[in-house]
Design a protein around this ligand. Sequence first.
Ligand code: GCW
Length: 679
Amino acid sequence: AEDGYELWLRYSLVTDQQKLNDYRNTIKGWLVDNNSPTAQIIRKELQRALTGLLGKSVPEVKSATEGTLLIGTANAAALSSLDLKNRLKNVGPEGFVIFNTKVNNKNTLVIAANEDAGMLYGVFHFLRMLQTHQPIGKLAIESTPKTKVRILNHWDNLDRTVERGYAGFSLWDWHKLPDHIDPRYHDYARANASIGINGTVLTNVNANALILTPAYLKKVTALADLFRPYGIRVYLTARFSAPIEIGGLKTADPLDAQVQEWWKRKVAEIYKVIPDFGGFLVKANSEGQPGPQNYNRNHADGANMLADAVKPFNGIVMWRAFVYDNNVPVDRTKQAYNEFKPLDGTFRGNVMVQVKNGPLDFQPREPFHPLFGAMPSTPLMMEFQITQEYLGFATHLVYLAPLFKECLDADTHAKGKGSTVARVIDGSLENHTLSGMAGVANIGNDRNWCGHPVAQSNWYSFGRLAWDHTLSAEAIADEWVRMTFSNNVAVVSNIKNIMIASRDITVKYMTPLGLHHIMGWNHHYGPGPWIKDKPRADWTSVYYHQAEEKGIGFNRTTSGSNALEQYQSPVQQLYSDPEKCDERYLLWFHHVSWDRKMKSGRTLWDELCHQYYQGADSAKWMQQQWNTLEGQVDDAQFRFVKSLLNIQQQEAVWWRNACVLYFQTFSKKPIPPGFEKPD
Ligand code: GCW
């Protein structure tokens, strides 16, 4: 039985006989005309993959003969007849081309790129085609990533605990590094390279400055050396107070000459051992973390100081916009915009501001963050959360690509219609050369990496969307299921249906109609709409749902917090009128009466009950669908998902009952007829 360790790189025998014959005829041998460390990785991957997929080993050949898979960069001798310079002129350093052609009058298949990384990405793309049973007879593929920095953010602490991690402990065995290299680091790198991820921030944003000390930098160097040939750069979090904590200075004021000097020396020390070090990710002046505001400076002062230090080495700074301030009594969803928008144009060219998809905090559903489109002079990076902090941890099956897409496809109207969030973050809207997408990793040392077998699809879709945000959630699910479970059409469509529906189902049993932040206190698992009396109002639930006997919802219009004013006016118009507002966001933007008529014709109260019940019923539907797969997918995986879906179903009922009963104490209305009474 399989245990999920191999992720989507299972390379199991092609089950479609016709395809198998076709592949065997087209790929009789392969040649990687390159001797870089990356080429070595490609050789190993091809051996492993082709043996598995084609059920026999395919030899490495010395020159192009009939049926050779030819791989190389533009200057490869074996590809010299192919005018590659021209074919590769638009794909950049990481893109690739794949095409069938004749070399020495023999039929060959070519995978070519300008640089090593592109070659590797091209190979993985090609292998994916075999894994998903695509035709390979008439290929003319040209692929270039849409964002430049495609990066995982690990919230991993040096003691190996993982903040909001639900798949075991950290992969990074700091204790045994640098001497012991866990083979798993290679598999991590392979998995990332296979989906185009080219960066990793090893440490938690709630950082410990120790990571910047020489002893730890040695360990980081070992990982950086290992990841390099996979096209992956290492980045670290920079704790803003590091100059005090590990540098012996009295201040961390970004305008202090000694502080600036300290960072410059620290950065030079890092680049000496890691010449391609990517740069820093910083959480500052948020949730108690130190930052420039401690010295009456602003975010740009802080970011620019670090940016100046890494600039000579082509490093970048990713400065997070997830900020909220203990002393500012304002609707928390407004604060990032309030602090960052005025700083637009003041950041150095090698700074990106990293913005969470929504203005609150990775809720099951939020509208897009109003900063997207509001800072035209600053490259904004996306921060998605792959780990399911608010979505049932690694226990609930929730496929996140629809959530990611909902945000990416949202129209900011910043430069007229069609100014989607995707175009903001890929840099095309404002012609920024820097661009990026970060995903808070859901990876730990669990044997299956992500806790839930299907949670692997969220890592996978993040990478695929960072490469190409135009891919649909359906298409990505299709690939992933074929690679991970089976190419059987019925199986694929069954699992895909579950995945595609899962996010909306989860929203329904957790936070329908725009509700948000009503989960359990602190751990964020399970329902807790009753949470109140905490050190900060915005750490409670009652602050967000505002339920009272007349109605429910957070008023963010002009008569309320007016958070809506932070959006462009067409977006404001979309949401400001409760009669026109998309009901999925109704209680996010409006406080409305329990008796309000909804599109369904029901009252708000009845509709709320309906959605909670529907959500819980649909969790049962997911179970039933999954159960039909017995015998058609790997048995161990089948049973594991089955038991997790059982928990999810019970907890969907728990969410439903808790929320319906709690809100009923305000609405004082009966559960609509036909629904079993919660207990
Ligand atoms: O969502 C909140 C989490 C914190 C996290 C913070 C952040 C890393 O509950 O655990 O800290 O966001 O994104 O900085």
